[in-house]
Design a protein around this ligand. Structure first.
Ligand code: FAD
Length: 513
C-alpha cells in the first residue's frame, strides 16, 4: 500500500506523469498485486512515452516487463475483468512514427524483456527460426548466419522487432521476389485482447493468423514467430546508377523485378537539388569508369538512382560478374554514373545502422521524423513523380526519398495489409529529419505541410494511393483506407479484442468502457 501511495504522491509532482486525475488507487494496487514472473513499474515511463517519430509524448500509467507469455496473458485477463478502462500497447523497439506504440495512461508491454535469446533454428528442407516477438531482426540475422541461413525478406533497418514489423508488413528491396516479411512467416503465438494464448498458422486458427499479419497490433500480441529461412550468401555486389529521365528509370526497375534471377534486391531513390552526389559515393563505391564519372555534373537536377544488389559466394564471383554485366547492358542509366562495391552480406543488410551511429554522434537521431510512406499503383506513378518530384518536394536535404516497385503476385492477399489493386505498385518513402536550427526553430511544420500537399494531390488526382504505416484521426478515414475490407477488419477486432484494449496508438478503435 505504501508503495502505491508513494507512486501517487510522486505522480502528482508537477512535471511528472500526471496520474492524479486518472487512475484509482484500486487500479494501481490491483496491477501491482498480480503474480508475475516479470514485473510492473509505475515510474521511469519517459522512454515509453515517445517513439522514433518524436512528435507524440504520451506517458503510460505502467510498464510491464514480462518474463513469460503467461505474464502478458495474466495482465490482459486482469484488464478485461476489471473496470479500469485501461488500454495496452505492445512496444517493440518503439520505432513507430506517430505514437502507434504508445498507450496514454494505459499499460505498455516492453516486448524486448520477453526475448529470452532462445533463437531456435531448424535446418532441413524448409528451414525456419523460432523467435520471441520482442526479438530484434539484427540478432536473428547474426544467429542464423552461424548456420549459413538467413531470413529472406528484410526491412532497410534491422534494429526493429519481429512483432513491430509483422504488425505492419516489413518491406525492403527483397519484397519484389519474396513478398514482405509478413509473407515469410509459418506460425505465430498470440495473446489475444481477451488474454487467450493461441498458436496460429495458415492451417490452424488461420483467421487469427491472417488478421495479425499487417494487423497494426489490433488483434493480439505476437509473443513468438516462426520465420522462414533460406541459404545466406557471404557477399553482395551492390550497384548504383543514375537516371535523369523518370520513365527510363521506372521502366528499368519494372524490367528488373520481372526477372526473378537478375538481382536479389531492387530499390531506388530520388535526388533533388543536390550537387556532388557522385563524390559522396566514392568513399564506399567505386566508379565503373573514373574518367567518365569525373565528367558527370549533376547541377542540382532531379535524378533517380537505381540501387540493386546481387548475392554471391566467393567461388561464384566470376559467373556473378558476367551475369550482372549482361543484365546491366539491358538498362538505360547514364553510363558515367555506374558505381559498385562488394561487401559482406551482413554489412549490406545492417547499412542503416552505420548511418544511425553517425547521426547519433551528431545528436541528429533523436529529432522529429515526419515520415510519409505511400504505396502507389504502377498506373499512377508517372503522374505522381511528375508533380511531386518537380513541384511539391523541392529538395531532399532533410533525408532520403525511396522509390521502388514490387510484384503484387508475390504478396499474400489474405493478410490485414492494404495495398493498391494492381499487379505492380511502388513504395515511395519520404524519410526526412526535422533538424533543429540554431534559432531553436526546425523544419517540422514545413515538412508536415509538404506531406499534406502530397496527400492532397493524390486525393485530388484520384491516384488510388494507400498509406503504408498508415495513421488517420477519424474512423471515416480508416474505413476509406480499408475500403471493402473494413467490415471484415472490424468484425475480427470485435472477435479477438472486443473491448478494443490493444494498440490504442493506432487510433483505429475506441476503448469500450
Ligand atoms: P513499435 O514501434 O514498437 O510498434 C509498432 C506497432 O506494432 C505498435 O502499434 C505496437 O503496439 C505494435 N507491436 C509491437 N510489437 C508487437 C507485438 N509483439 N505484437 C503485436 N503488436 C506489436 N518498415 C519497413 O517496412 N521497411 C523498412 O525498410 C523500414 N525501415 C525503417 C527504418 C527506420 C530507421 C525506422 C525508424 C523505421 C523503419 N520502418 C521500416 C518502419 C518499421 O517497420 C515500423 O515502424 C515498425 O513498427 C517498427 O518496429 P518496432 O519494433 O520499433 O515497433
Amino acid at each position: 500500500f505504501l508503495r502505491i501511495f508513494m507512486i501517487l504522491v510522486l505522480s502528482c509532482i508537477p512535471g511528472r506523469t500526471n496520474l492524479c486525475s486518472n487512475p484509482s488507487l484500486n487500479t494501481l494496487s490491483s496491477l501491482d498485486s498480480l503474480d508475475l514472473e516479470g514485473y510492473i513499474t509505475f515510474h521511469d515511463v519517459h522512454n515509453a512515452s515517445k517513439d522514433f517519430g518524436n512528435r507524440y509524448h504520451l506517458p503510460p500509467l505502467a510498464i510491464l516487463h514480462p518474463k513469460s507469455v503467461s505474464d502478458i496473458s495474466t495482465v490482459m485477463r486482469h484488464i478485461v475483468r476489471s473496470t479500469s478502462n485501461l488500454t495496452v500497447a505492445a512496444r517493440g523497439h518503439g520505432h513507430s512514427l506517430q505514437g502507434q506504440a504508445l498507450a496514454h495512461q494505459g499499460v505498455v508491454i516492453n516486448m524486448e524483456s520477453l526475448r529470452s535469446h532462445d533463437i531456435k533454428i531448424y535446418k532441413g528442407k524448409q528451414p525456419y527460426v523460432d523467435v520471441s516477438g520482442g526479438e530484434l531482426w539484427i540478432n536473428i540475422l547474426r544467429e542464423t548466419l552461424k548456420y549459413g541461413l538467413s531470413p529472406k525478406s528484410w526491412t532497410d533497418y534491422l534494429h526493429l522487432t519481429v512483432g513491430g514489423t509483422l504488425s505492419n508488413a516489413g518491406i525492403s528491396g527483397q519484397a519484389f521476389k519474396h513478398g514482405p516479411q509478413i509473407n515469410n512467416v509459418y506460425q505465430l503465438e498470440i495473446v489475444t485482447g481477451k488474454g487467450e494464448v493461441v498458436t496460429c498458422s495458415e492451417k490452424r486458427n488461420s483467421e487469427l493468423f491472417q488478421s495479425v499479419l499487417g494487423g497494426l497490433g489490433q488483434f493480439g500480441i505476437i509473443t513468438r514467430a516462426r520465420i522462414s529461412l533460406g541459404p545466406a550468401p557471404l557477399m553482395v555486389k551492390w550497384i548504383r546508377a543514375l537516371y535523369s529521365d523518370f520513365s527510363a528509370f521506372s521502366r528499368d526497375q519494372e524490367h528488373l523485378i520481372s526477372k526473378e534471377n537478375a538481382f536479389d534486391y531492387v530499390e531506388g531513390f530520388v535526388i533533388i537539388n543536390r550537387t556532388d552526389i557522385l563524390n559522396n559515393w566514392r568513399s564506399s563505391f567505386t566508379p565503373n569508369d573514373s574518367t567518365e564519372a569525373n565528367q558527370f555534373k549533376s547541377d542540382g537536377k532531379t535524378l533517380y538512382c537505381l540501387e540493386v544488389v546481387k548475392y554471391f559466394n566467393s567461388k561464384e564471383a566470376n559467373s556473378m560478374n558476367q551475369e550482372t554485366e549482361k543484365v546491366l547492358s539491358e538498362l538505360s542509366y547514364i553510363p558515367s554514373t555506374l558505381f559498385s562495391s562488394e561487401v559482406p552480406y551482413i554489412e549490406f543488410l545492417d547499412r542503416v545502422h552505420i548511418a544511425e551511429i553517425k547521426l547519433r554522434a551528431k545528436g541528429l537521431w533523436e529529432v522529429p521524423h515526419p515520415w510519409l510512406n505511400l504505396l502507389i499503383p504502377k498506373s499512377s506513378i508517372s503522374d505522381f513523380a511528375t508533380k511531386v518530384f518537380n513541384s511539391i518536394v523541392t529538395s531532399n536535404h532533410n533525408g532520403p526519398i525511396l522509390i521502388y516497385p514490387v510484384n503484387q503476385s508475390k504478396w499474400n492477399k489474405h493478410t490485414s495489409l492494404i495495398t493498391p489493386n494492381e499487379d505492380i505498385f511502388y513504395l515511395v518513402a519520404f524519410l526526412p529529419s526535422a533538424i533543429p536550427k540554431p534559432s531553436g526553430a526546425n523544419d517540422l511544420e514545413y515538412l508536415l505541410r509538404q506531406n499534406q500537399r502530397v496527400l492532397s494531390f493524390c486525393a485530388e488526382a484520384n491516384l488510388d494511393v494507400k498509406q503504408y504505416l498508415p495513421l488517420y484521426e477519424t474512423q471515416k478515414e480508416w474505413r476509406s483506407h480499408f475500403g471493402n475490407r473494413w467490415e471484415t477488419f472490424a468484425k475480427r477486432k470485435y472477435k479477438y479484442d472486443p473491448l478494443a484494449i490493444l494498440a490504442p496508438g493506432q487510433r483505429v478503435f475506441q476503448r469500450v468502457s
